[in-house]
Ligand binder design. Structure first.
Ligand code: SRM
Ligand code: SF4
Length: 574
């Protein structure tokens, strides 16, 4: 462990979570015992904190909370389980496994997340071990899907530029593996020490990168391949922008200090877009990521968790300090950043042919929820595709799904199943709907202040006639909603966003950049549906009439003066 890490370990006072991690013996705590305790379906808070690092934690069904409290019953405890795969790429067999465990152990649906992972909800304590074992047997993992470590590494999933994509995806996988925790706790607790997916040296108990208290907070890496900024590269703690020169991957521009979370009314917390600080070659990238993580490990705030994200470490000390510290640890300077251009941060739907002749189709999955709906047997349809498909499934950063790498022959069969099960590329929906995202929120998220996934579809239905009236049905407008200001659907980067304040009440934001390069700004506070609709109608109408050729909605709302352009994160609050 570095001297710096020791220093940060010794500097007091530390938050309670730091103490829990320190005492946990590399994430063991008393998890084995509490999971086996037959008296309650819950686990103690200390173990719950550690569980996150294992990819799961305890929730309760908030729809049932009051009723159960009245009947003097303990809350309906259940666990969320997050399964990660770098770049969101899984095989059809892995998809079938997720489908199976979802039916067997969870509430029956699969949630595709905004970071290209899977989430299951409603897993009971007694079923956790079997679920995690089955996930690992299919060579996927839940380790480090949550917790104070590097999270699922995001990567542009659409392999239409096949060779470049393949290479970038390989680097995403490498950096992800490199930053995986090394503790054997996961294998002991969940897999009875079996070495199922891991070829690393599991006898080496020390965490060479993280040390015994891991990071002060979660850490996120995303790799974008311009012109597509689907991973919202500027929202990542460490964003990497692939630079392609003469048809080859030359390396990555490095951007640091992005983040979306904030707390209503606390101006010390804010969303932030990252800053591009230079360029590195592909071979240097792993080292750049490791050293960046260790700087955050050593200098991140371990006493106030709200202030512990990397963006605050950089803002407190300055970007020049970070660049200098990185140079010191790398032993060389980054090269000057190379030119790049992003065009959008959404997904592009429908069939597309890769440069290697393979076919990929992006399907629209509203808010990432995969289940059988009435008249729309989505989960069954995807299962039937997985049974015949020999390419892959790719979770997009916008909660959608790509059926990737199909031969021309397979494409025909897949298309037939798509039609048979009414799956859709969203072509018949409004472009607003196709560009929408909502976080999970109620009933499972303990932090939700308002509905999100369960409300956005209804709001869209009311917005669509207004768009039709204004002639904007085919206008791509990025809309995002979250149930609280933590920002799980990256709302601060949407052209139009709603962030939950209280049941039925939202803060409304306008002016984000269409390519995910500019934060939006608060337009109206604490408004309900009626006021949302009243506010938007004239804005849509003016946009339809007064927009310049090719002008995006977010840019228009800034030009028309609804909000001022946000130059840095602190201005996010009105
Ligand atoms: Fe998130 C916490 C769901 C992506 C920022 N997020 C949570 C928890 C675990 C609630 C909790 O801590 O009790 C939510 C679980 C709800 C549930 O019932 O499932 C939750 N976050 C999600 C997911 C599932 C949203 C979705 O609808 O897809 C996403 C899972 C990602 C994954 O697969 O790894 C998810 N969360 C994000 C993102 C977007 C991203 O990473 O690109 C962000 C903003 C980016 C960032 O981190 O700055 C995000 N989640 C947060 C935060 C605020 C962190 C902060 O800096 O303050 C919290 C709260 C916390 O950590 O204390 C949070
Ligand atoms: Fe929960 Fe808030 Fe994240 Fe939505 S944004 S999932 S409400 S923590």
């Amino acid at each position: 462990m570095s001297e710096n890490n020791l220093l940060s370990l010794n500097s007091a006072p530390h938050s309670d979570v730091e103490e829990i991690k320190r005492r946990s013996n590399y994430l063991r705590g008393s998890l084995t015992e509490t999971l086996a305790d037959p008296i309650t379906g819950s686990i103690p808070e200390d173990d719950n904190r550690l569980m996150k690092h294992h990819g799961s934690y305890m929730q309760d069904d908030r729809d049932l909370r009051n009723e159960r409290a009245k009947s003097k019953l303990e809350p309906a405890y259940q666990f969320m389980l997050r399964v990660r795969a770098a770049g969101g790429v899984v095989t059809p067999e892995q998809w079938l496994m997720m489908d199976r465990v979802a039916q067997k152990y969870s509430s029956g649906s699969i949630r595709l997340t905004t970071r290209q992972s899977f989430q299951l909800h409603g897993v009971l304590k007694w079923n956790l071990k079997n679920t995690i074992r089955e996930v690992n047997e299919a060579l996927l993992s839940t380790l480090a899907a949550c917790g104070d470590v590097n999270r699922n590494v995001m990567c542009n999933p659409n392999p239409y530029q096949s060779e470049i994509h393949e290479e970038v995806y390989e680097w995403a996988t490498k950096v992800s593996n490199h930053l995986d925790p090394r503790t054997r706790a996961y294998h002991e607790i969940w897999l009875d020490e079996e070495k199922v997916i891991d070829s690393r040296d599991l006898d080496n108990e020390e965490e060479p990168i993280y040390g015994p208290v891991y990071l002060p907070r979660k850490f996120k890496i995303g790799i974008a391949v311009p012109p597509t900024n689907d991973v919202d590269v500027f929202s990542q703690d460490l964003g990497l922008i692939a630079i392609v020169e003469n048809g080859k991957l030359a390396g990555f521009n490095v951007a640091v200090g992005g983040g979306m979370g904030m707390t209503h009314g606390d101006s010390k917390t804010y969303p932030q877009v990252s800053k591009v600080i230079g360029f590195c070659t592909p071979e240097q990238m792993i080292d750049v990521a490791e050293k960046t993580v260790t700087i955050q490990r050593d200098y991140g705030d371990r006493s106030v968790r709200k202030h512990a994200r990397f963006k605050y470490t950089i803002d407190d000390r300055g970007i020049d300090w970070f660049v200098e510290e990185l140079k010191k640890r790398l032993g060389y300077s980054l090269q000057e950043a190379r030119p790049y251009r992003f065009e959008h941060n959404g997904d592009r739907y429908g069939w597309i042919k890769g440069s290697d002749g393979k076919w990929h189709i992006t399907l629209f999955i509203q808010n990432g929820r995969v289940k059988d709906f009435e008249g729309y047997p989505l989960m069954t349809g995807l299962r039937e595709i997985a049974k015949i498909h020999d390419g892959d499934f790719r979770l997009t950063p916008n909660q959608n799904l790509i059926i990737g790498n199909a031969s021309s022959q397979k494409k025909k069969k897949i298309q037939k199943l798509i039609e048979q099960y009414s799956l859709t590329d969203g072509a018949h929906y409004s472009a607003l709907k196709r560009n929408s995202m909502a976080c999970v929120a109620l009933p499972t998220c303990g932090l939700a202040m308002a509905e999100s996934e369960r409300y956005l579809p209804a709001l869209l239905e009311k917005l669509e006639p207004m768009l039709d009236e204004a002639g904007l049905r085919e206008e791509d407008i990025v809309i995002r909603m979250t149930g609280c200001p933590n920002g799980c659907a990256r709302p601060a980067l949407a052209e139009l966003a709603f962030i939950g304040k209280a049941p039925g009440k939202y803060n409304m934001y306008l002016g984000g950049g269409f390519a995910g390069n500019r934060l939006n700004k608060l337009y109206k506070e604490n408004i309900g549906e009626e006021e949302i609709l009243e506010s938007l109608r004239p804005i849509f109408n003016r946009y339809a009439k007064e927009r310049h050729e090719g002008e995006h909605f977010g840019d228009f709302t800034v030009r028309a003066g609804y909000v001022k352009e946000v130059l840095d994160g602190q201005e996010f609050h009105a």
